[in-house]
Design a protein around this ligand. Sequence first.
Ligand code: OAD
Length: 282
Amino acid sequence: MLPPDWIDTLQRHISRKSRITVLTGAGISAESGIPTFRGPEGYWTVGSQVYHPQEMATFAMFRQRPDDVWQWYLHRATICHAAAPNTGHLAIAAMETLLGDRFTLITQNVDGLHLKAGNPIEKTYQIHGNVFQVRCAAACSPELHSLPMDLIGRAKEASLTDAERALLTCRRCGERLRPHVLWFDEVYDERYFHFESSLQAAAETGLLLIVGTSGVTNLPNQVAWTVLRKGGTIIDINPAENPFSELARRSPGGTVIPLPSGRLLPQLLHAMQQEMTGRSQP
Ligand code: OAD
């Protein structure tokens, strides 16, 4: 059962018709079996060298070792493809249905689980891209394409075959295709990563729910600080203390809920539904 002050905060924003924004990170997908970024499962071994995600997920590494980078992403895509949305994802999809146009979802996750749970792609700001989409590495066109599903399910250690490389070749210019994800040596933009749209939503947000992120990336920090500066309320949902925990405590009526999102989000949804249906009853 949620403490009364959390319920009050939620219901105040529901009744005020505030914009409610949810910002998610890898933690929401942990309960679906997808390793978080900064846990030990994120590392990758090439030969005798162990690489951190921050080294693999760069355009520079892709230029040097495209096959190794693809092997890493195809392994992650295979894990993501096998994963199912958990109760946390499903609760967020239900919040979207309940709140309609005053709900915004911003996600750092590239696993596609929010879309699988039912959040519509046009209202889901995938600010780090999506591992099931590809685009031309030479940027001969801005088009996004679906990752060929024949590449899913391959053995983690298997080197790319010529047939697989052919599937990962741009039909327009013959250059390599690359994963449609934001790399550490690249920058956010509006066209691919909803940069301005995310900050615009933050500026209108009365209540920001931050779920399962360690708070180390740029745009999520700008979103949270924008909400704080505009006098919005921040609730940080994460079993571990992180930079967003302090922002939440500083925000009016904000709080930190150190519980797993899969358990907590359905309770927050229930409180929202009660407020929406309860108030509308005669
Ligand atoms: P991290 O792996 O850095 O952080 C995951 C967070 O989720 C941690 O703070 C955990 O405490 C928390 N967590 C774990 N299980 C949870 C649960 N059941 N419920 C709630 N929280 C839980 O992942 P991110 O913060 O998402 O960027 O990383 C942000 C970005 O860094 C990623 O999108 C990626 C990486 O660079 C790109 O790929 C561009």
